[in-house]
Design a binder for this molecule. Sequence first.
Ligand code: FAD
Length: 292
Amino acid sequence: MRIAEILKHNQLTTSFEVFPPNDKVGLDTVYNCLDKLALENPDFISVTYGAGGNTKGRTVEIASKIKNQNKIESLAHLTCIGSKKEDIDEILRQLKSNNIENILALRGDYPLDGKLVEGDFKYAKDLVEYIRLKDSSFSIGAAFYPEGHRETNDLLDLFYLKEKVNAGVDFLISQIFLDNEYLYNFRDKLEKLQIDTPLIAGIMPVTNAKQIKKITSLCACTIPKKFLKILEKYEHNEEALREAGLSYAIEQITDLIASDIRGIHIYTMNKTETAKKIIDATGIIRNYHKEV
Ligand code: FAD
């Protein structure tokens, strides 16, 4: 089913994200993880594209397992910088032939070595337009940044987001954030701009110190005082940090649900244990909000 339809029938969606591994052992681990995540009955599971090495080909393969073997809706991420129209045509063809109906249309990050191959697309908006033109049956999602995207100032970012949404976006998934106020302020701004596209909150339960360093180096995510206290207190005690990080994520999600956010998307990092604990802890309130 298209995610656009799922959002019409559900007041709240719950979903997971996994990433393609670099090797065969990793692939088995992801498949094992998917079998466990499927038992939690999420509305969809997304698979990242290309981030962290040469794993692009695996996105369709993993998204296909989710859809055709686990019988859960899958959302295939797709980036466009450095791609030719023919490359995108081929991916769209593969997605279609594997019954995958949902795409998260992204620009992608510039390579760290600065060596970007010339392509036919500059921004995610160009990809959204192209997919709509090629095959209007896909449900298309895009990324948003509650604290703004690091390359642009807040105002311009909102202006470009509106352009992207108008190109044919059905839903928006957020970058990681640790302070819900950023998301609520962002939602207020979108309302003023008459953008009513459903917002899905991307939540990463931070359960180890390495993760937080990665998050802050990858994106402009503010670490709130409350969270900093947890990090400082428990950075040398793995178990305590894991427990405190999990509690923080559960509290964040509870507040988001009570504030009528349309979806909770958990970045699982290909691990099931934390995701399962969050699902268990929020089950009753998620069910309360699910039906429209
Ligand atoms: P865009 O929407 O194109 O925006 C990029 C920047 O360009 C912004 O600063 C925007 O304000 C600016 N901009 C937009 N239009 C214009 C214009 N006309 N003129 C000038 N400036 C403009 N990366 C991966 O490689 N693989 C993944 O699977 C992946 N999954 C992601 C999932 C989510 C939920 C999120 C939030 C990010 C993901 N990313 C992924 C990272 C993403 O590729 C980067 O954040 C990237 O830098 C921006 O992508 P975008 O689609 O938001 O780009």
